[in-house]
Design a protein around this ligand. Structure first.
Ligand SMILES: Cc1cc2nc3c(=O)[nH]c(=O)nc-3n(C[C@H](O)[C@H](O)[C@H](O)COP(=O)(O)OP(=O)(O)OC[C@H]3O[C@@H](n4cnc5c(N)ncnc54)[C@H](O)[C@@H]3O)c2cc1C
Length: 294
């Protein structure tokens, strides 16, 4: 199938983009990498009247890795984030999760911010934004505004941003001190959307005892989910922690749907297994980082 006819604008300033979006109204859509939007157009699941191509907007192709976290501009492709040593140093989860996003050809064109705005609960970067307690900066005719992930994701493929708006960047806070992360997912083929995935963060104190364990899941809910699993492992050393208990706790906290790819029960099983494995890896990393810093 071919897309329905649409108009096209390629503004060169954010203000111009907002003007076009305002004048075109509900029918206008922002086009970034096109890796999610164009398939929807081709299948006629979306029929915007105008595409507002943001690829010529200046100043949006940047990765800023600072002490507080990593800010990723709206025109940064998945491949660029994957290759960023600086970003990996500040928030290793970014690289680990991005490696699981689609195939290299899609990663060369698709953007990290586009993936977040697309708000697919099966997308890796939505759950990373959630687990890191991240936010997005949105340009609107009334000026820029910052929206935290909890407020931003309101449903599958739906965010709280309505009306003329361009998301300028996404901010992912840094991995805290004495912490480790891990990410794993199960997909039918490498590069496919995950049947289930988990990203985790474990933190230890100066005595190397666990003080926090949190996990975010993909493909288990309508929006990205973060669960605090600390109670299952708090106060234990990484070697003595009952990671399986944390997996069992997570299994009881999620409420996935079944679909063509997996039953709800299978997804719950994957949540338990992936949680157990990733927490053990993240715990080992937390100890390594704590020892290096002492
Ligand atoms: C075969 C295939 C496999 C894939 N597998 C995966 C996968 O495993 N995991 C995964 O996470 N993704 C996957 N994707 C999707 C891919 O990651 C996309 O790149 C990403 O979801 C969207 O980014 P984009 O830049 O292409 O956005 P686009 O397709 O251009 O836009 C997507 C949506 O976001 C809006 N939008 C984009 N950027 C902005 C912005 N700056 N401001 C306001 N609105 C904006 C658009 O209007 C549109 O509604 C896959 C895609 C394909 C085709």
């Amino acid at each position: 199938m071919k897309p329905a006819p649409f108009g096209y604008a390629d503004p060169t300033t954010v203000e111009e983009a907002l003007d076009v979006l305002s004048s075109e109204g509900e029918g206008a859509k922002v086009l970034a990498g096109g890796q999610s939007l164009l398939p929807l157009l081709s299948m006629r699941l979306a029929a915007p009247t105008t595409l507002v191509d943001i690829n010529r907007l200046p100043g949006l192709d940047f990765i800023e890795a600072g002490r507080d976290g990593v800010r990723v501009g709206a025109l940064v492709r998945h491949a660029a984030l994957l290759a960023s040593v600086e970003a990996a140093g500040v928030q290793p989860l970014l690289t680990r999760a991005t490696a699981n996003v689609a195939h290299p050809a899609i990663r060369n064109r698709g953007t990290t911010v586009g993936s977040i705005v697309h708000a697919d609960p099966s997308g890796e970067m939505t759950s990373v934004l959630a687990l890191t307690d991240g936010s997005v900066t949105v340009a609107t005719p009334g000026g820029p505004t910052t929206i935290g992930w909890r407020e931003f994701f309101v449903g599958p493929l739906e965010t709280s941003v309505h009306g003329p708006a361009v998301v300028l960047d996404a901010f992912f806070p840094a991995l805290p001190a004495r912490s480790g992360t891990a990410f794993a997912e199960v997909a039918r083929r490498k590069g496919d959307y995950a049947v289930c995935g988990a990203g985790v963060v474990v933190t230890v104190d100066d005595d190397l005892r666990i003080t926090a364990a949190r996990a975010a899941y993909l493909s288990v809910g309508l929006v990205p989910e973060v669960h605090d699993l600390t109670e299952a492992v708090a106060g234990r050393t990484v070697d003595s922690a009952d990671w399986a208990a944390a997996g069992a706790l997570a299994r009881g906290l999620v409420d996935p749907d079944g679909d063509l790819h997996a039953s709800a029960d299978y997804r719950r099983l994957l949540v338990a297994t992936l949680t157990e494995r990733t927490l053990a890896d993240a715990g080992a990393e937390a100890v390594r980082r704590a020892l290096e810093a002492s």
